[in-house]
Design a protein around this ligand. Sequence first.
Ligand SMILES: Cc1cc2nc3c(=O)[nH]c(=O)nc-3n(C[C@H](O)[C@H](O)[C@H](O)COP(=O)(O)O)c2cc1C
Length: 153
Amino acid sequence: MKTVIVCASVSHGNTRRVAESMAEVLDAEVVSPEQADPAELAEADLVGFGSGVFYQRLHPRLTDVVKALPAGRRGRAFVFATSGLPEIPLAPFTRPLAKLLEGKGFEVHESFTCRALDTMLPFKLVGGIGKERPNAADLAAARAFAERLRDMP
Ligand SMILES: Cc1cc2nc3c(=O)[nH]c(=O)nc-3n(C[C@H](O)[C@H](O)[C@H](O)COP(=O)(O)O)c2cc1C
């Protein structure tokens, strides 16, 4: 199974740590948005897209990669994110990108999100929130998520 994980992790490397945990399970390559090869993404069996959340959105470098992909018959895809604050259940951070991927022809699975160190102001004044995260439990949850994707019939 050819799996690629595209990850924009610009702040603390939080999302990259989650991506690496998933990649171990999925035997996947982790690439930055700039390294992502559109032809490879189009042909892959499974593609993951992840970033931190910035002003309620995933990183534009990540979403731009998906916007630039031509629509067609694609493989499976999933979205993942790390954030300082919890998600609003009715408006998940990952939903807009999942919708975009569906529009490009991917079969989109459930998403994965976890809390992570956030040093945006005003949290910076107290050394940030979500210190020590993603922690071992978060990374174990990321691996379990990846195992479910890997083991799907
Ligand atoms: C400028 C900036 C804006 C942010 N905006 C949000 C936000 O709107 N909601 C949120 O939950 N976290 C927000 N965060 C926290 C990041 O989503 C969090 O630190 C994330 O784990 C960063 O991922 P990375 O280290 O992989 O880049 C923000 C952080 C920065 C630096």
